[in-house]
Write a protein that binds this ligand. Sequence first.
Ligand SMILES: *Cc1c(COP(=O)(O)O)cnc(C)c1O
Length: 375
Amino acid sequence: MQPIQMVDLKQQYQHIKQEVDAAIHEVIDTASFINGKAVQDFSAALAGYLSAKHVIPCANGTDALQIAMMSLDLQPGDEVITPSFTYIATTEVVALLKLKPVFVDVDPKTFCIDPAAIERAITPKTKAIVPVHLYGQAADMEAIMAIADKYRLAVIEDNAQAIGSDFYFSDGHKQKTGTIGTIGCTSFFPSKNLGCYGDGGAICTNDDALADKIRKIANHGQSVRYYHDIVGCNSRLDSIQAAVLNIKLPRLDQYIDARRKAADFYDQAFAGQPKITVPFRAPNNKHVFHQYTLQLEGVDRDALNAFLAEQQVPSMIYYPVPAHRQKMFAASGAADYILPVTDWLTKRVISLPMHTELSQEQLTYICSKVLEFIK
Ligand SMILES: *Cc1c(COP(=O)(O)O)cnc(C)c1O
């Protein structure tokens, strides 16, 4: 049996090595390292895949969120509603821009921001909502968009973990996550569902004026070289990364299928175990399983984590400390937020290996070790 990895990028590369190597070499041969054809091709291909009007590539997912927020003309002290149960980038950029992150709780089943909690947190200073499609499951975008319309708020989707997911609206139409809100942000960090071989990110929107502004901000506030209209930053997807993504994007749906198959295997193996809650699959979206995350009840989670490590089964705690309890937010009194579901989850969740290359043999082994510990 191959050693089990949390994410096995080496094996995945072996299947696409020839194409990836050729694509990278083409960039080097043509020396079009910055904003080359590979970048243009990738933006167009991703826009096509997502059915988004505009895709603006950038340097990473954190920049994508920052640039998205910069494009909305928010004023210092304006409030941005976000979950606390997320990767720190989501909330960090809010504070970096001198906006106020307002942390709300998540739904205990989906792990995504709770729409009812959003509505309760709205004040006259609220300007935006940042739902996170955590672990590959979409937040309830239908409810969130209804709240955003009612209170005239912008919605920035943090789609770093859910690229390729579909959200199904109650009228029967579906839309890709990241294209439903005002702006969608994603990351191509290597371990993401669509990952490159370094850092990368993208912003998408269907709003022409916002797209122009976002493009400007990502490029030093200029649309004509050396004429800088607004304060921006320098955030580019480099051509070598775009070349890798051009090979991987056509395989994204197949990669998602492989993840969903691994999730099915886990679900079956853990069915009927009273101490384990397998990931909920909300009927309103397609879970793309960036992570396969269990909730444990009556099990010493950290001891399981250590036991699995001894058995050569990696497992991870995403996330051990929620944003509102991070030191970076302590001075603003964020620890006073009362977020029981978030606190509960940070103590109970554990993520098992999840990637495109998991074999039946590996899955069988992982499940047998989990069950051995919890029984
Ligand atoms: C990975 C991730 C980001 C940040 O992406 P980077 O490319 O690492 O900057 C933001 N939000 C979430 C939820 C993520 O998982």
